[in-house]
Design a protein around this ligand. Structure first.
Ligand code: ATP
Length: 675
């Protein structure tokens, strides 16, 4: 907070206590944030604004926070922005009376639709002053756009965008006309509406910044006119972060914050069935000896690593003395209780796995009244009574599955319980959680099983377990700490206390990567009518940029290339998005660029530095400015359970690169254009 002086002059004299928060006020804050890259300053701008909201219009705190992080609701609600460029361009054109051709030409020149919108609006004479936008109103308008479905949805979406844009002010600085070449376009409502629609605010305002800002604002607010101590601020922040980890939804946390304040938040907001947690993730290791080195002197367990889909199953029985927090319409309801399944992205999977929910009462003991279970769903061979490869699971429909139509059966393999009978267990040891899990559920062949494991520190035994896991169609082992704080469940963390050992690593290939498809090259020879190769990128959550990492043309069948061409063609955009970090060299430009939508799993021989790519460029700090790239990348599969911003991060890539360096692996030049 100290980095900014409190603004004595109120820039919004019309904003009176109880009035809806003016959207212009939020956009002015966005614009200040946009002018700095310093995290502390961003945080301070954010928290100053939230203090003002708390002082004047606390009832708008929730939509304000949501618009700050560029979301409309918690992830499990499944309400997504990310509206395609073509719809937005159409709406800009129609709102401002400019032809689509001109809008496209502007986009080609400027490359940032937000600025195109601001420019288009500023050139437009306004007959009458539109009613000012409010944060509440913008949130509602965006919600209507995002949830429009069915026949004529596109037209209604465009109409919704037009409604917002026609009420948007373009030049909040009142300097007369937006200079799109300076100040990143200045504070403009049109610009930020478009960026929110695109699903990319590019302000560095993720939970990581907004949560501490909210904590600070609350602590200041509660201190009345006094300045709180650093200790009070730190305590507020740690409470809010811990609560958000267990209950990642502002919809529940903010009303509780407003009602009883920060200090009581922990009592009022705990993990609840119905609100998915972000799962704990594992770090890769290259060998069993590395595992032994890392966990030396500690007790650990080696579980089979099943190759299916992560699933978090939530359940509350009808006779439990608690509610299912937010039951979606697709939640499974039986005589016994209500249940839901969430993906690793907190997506609602209940419509994909109604068969699991239908069978749930057979493996949940009567005495078990509520739980959150961490599992892997795996395709199951009913005749042979064994696990089937992941590819079988992929053939299942993702939505609106009817139990009677299910062809590929799945078995649930449970490996952790995070909540049981009204009590969160995340802060208990894995040994205790596991014991509780074995008490609460019964194995049913082909429906539900506990993940196999062995508790051993012996290299030979671990080796045997690994081999057995592979024979059982698993990917390898997950090695986990068993006791003490180190074995607590750490939601949303890629933790040192969970290590993955995959059979592939042992062959020296290293972990696979999940990369975003940014562009493509038309094929040669037989492949001229389809894309023959693709430009892939990793994600840098700090800059919110996608950083190119390789070209890939290997691992695709002809049929796949056909279907990829079909799926990717509608995503073609005029030019790279401003948040694509790629080489400017002429020969490195793909023939077409895409909206960031697809995530592919890719294997690589190893990693090397290359001037053609930008991955992890800030991290590796190469004197000649090279980024990390993949050698001999090969397509493995599409990862439709991952969103582009859940792709492998630049940090992970630089870690992989360094690790490989430190073991002295030979590396040749980047040979990735093998197409
Ligand atoms: P990452 O983001 O770590 O790359 P991923 O989805 O690509 O995740 P892996 O790295 O291969 O997956 O491994 C972690 C995943 O393994 C978990 O998310 C989970 O779905 C799966 N899994 C299978 N068996 C287990 C187990 N026994 N314990 C934990 N996770 C398991």
């Amino acid at each position: 907070q100290s980095t900014l002086k409190s603004n004595t002059k109120d820039p919004y004299p019309d904003w009176k206590a109880g009035d809806p928060v003016p959207y212009a006020a939020l956009c002015t804050t966005f614009s200040k944030i946009e002018m700095t890259t310093k995290r502390l300053e961003i945080l301070a701008h954010c928290s100053l604004f939230l203090r003002q909201v708390l002082r004047l219009t606390p009832q708008d705190l929730l939509p304000t926070i949501l618009l700050m992080i560029g979301k409309l609701a918690a992830e499990y609600a499944g309400i997504e922005l990310g509206i395609g460029e073509s719809l937005i361009m159409k709406a800009i054109g129609e709102t401002t009376g400019r032809s689509l051709q001109i809008i496209k030409a502007d986009q080609k020149e400027i490359g940032d639709l937000g600025l195109v919108a601001a420019k288009s609006r500023s050139n437009q004479p306004t007959m009458f002053k539109p009613k000012p936008l409010t944060v509440r109103g913008v949130h509602e308008g965006l919600m209507a756009i995002a949830t429009t479905e069915g026949q004529g949805a596109q037209g209604r979406k465009v109409a919704g965008i037009k409604k917002l844009l026609s009420a948007a002010d373009t030049d909040l600085s009142n300097k007369g006309g937006v200079d799109i070449t300076k100040d990143k376009g200045g504070p403009s409502e049109a610009k930020f509406i478009v960026r929110t629609l695109e699903g990319k605010m590019r302000l560095g305002l993720a939970d990581k910044t907004v949560l501490p800002a909210l904590a600070q604002a609350m602590v200041f607010h509660e201190a009345g006119g006094k300045v709180p101590s650093t200790d009070q601020l730190a305590k507020g922040e740690s409470i809010l972060k811990a609560v958000y980890n267990e209950l990642p939804t502002y919809e529940v946390i903010i009303p509780a914050l407003l009602k009883d304040g920060v200090s009581h938040l922990r009592e009022n907001c705990k993990l609840q069935p119905g609100v998915p947690l972000k799962p704990m993730l594992a770090k890769p290791t290259k060998s069993i000896t590395e595992v032994l080195d890392r966990f030396e002197g500690k007790d650990f367990t080696c579980e089979y690593k099943y190759d299916g889909e992560r699933a978090q199953i939530h359940y509350v029985s009808h006779d439990a003395k608690q509610d299912f927090a937010t039951a979606t319409p697709s939640a499974g309801k039986s005589d016994r209780g209500i249940s839901n399944i969430f993906s690793r992205n907190s997506e609602d999977l209940s419509k994909k796995y109604p068969d699991i929910l239908a069978k749930l009462p057979t493996w949940v003991k009567e005495s078990t009244k509520s739980f959150v279970l961490d599992c892997e769903t795996v395709a199951w061979d009913v005749q042979e009574k064994k696990v089937l490869p992941f590819q079988q699971l992929m053939t299942r429909k993702r939505k609106d599955v009817k139990v009677e139509d299910v062809k590929v059966k799945v078995c649930v393999f449970a490996f952790d319980v995070l909540y049981l009978n009204g009590e969160p267990l995340v802060n208990k040891s894995l040994r205790e959680r596991r014991a509780a899990m074995y008490e609460a559920f019964t194995e049913v062949e082909g429906e539900f099983a506990f993940a196999k494991y062995g508790n051993t520190n012996e290299l030979d035994e671990i080796q045997h377990l690994l081999e057995d896991s592979i024979k059982a169609s698993c990917e390898g082992l997950m090695v986990k700490m068993l006791d003490g704080v180190e074995s607590h469940y750490e939601p949303s963390r890629r933790s040192q206390n969970w290590l993955k050992v995959k059979k592939d690593y042992l062959a020296g290939a290293g972990d696979s990567l999940d990369l975003v498809v940014l562009g493509a090259y038309f094929g040669r020879g037989k492949r001229t009518s389809v894309y023959g190769a693709f430009l892939l990128a990793c994600y840098n959550p700090n800059t919110e940029n996608y950083e190119t990492v390789c070209n890939i043309g290997t691992g695709f069948s002809e049929a796949m290339l056909e279907s990829l061409h079909k799926a990717l063609s509608p995503l073609v955009i005029e030019r790279p998005k401003p948040f694509y970090s790629h080489s400017a060299g002429n020969k490195d430009q793909p023939d077409v660029w895409f909206e960031p939508r697809f995530v592919w799993e890719v294997k690589t021989a190893d990693l090397t530095l290359s001037p053609r790519y930008r991955a992890a460029i800030d991290d590796v700090n190469d004197p000649s400015g090279r980024g990390v790239s993949l050698r001999f990348p090969r397509f493995i599969r599409e990862r439709d359970d991952k969103k582009p911003d859940g792709a492998t991060t630049s940090r992970q890539i630089s870690e992989m690169y360094r690790k490989q360096e430190s073991v002295g692996k030979s590396k040749g030049p980047s040979v990735d254009d093998d197409f």
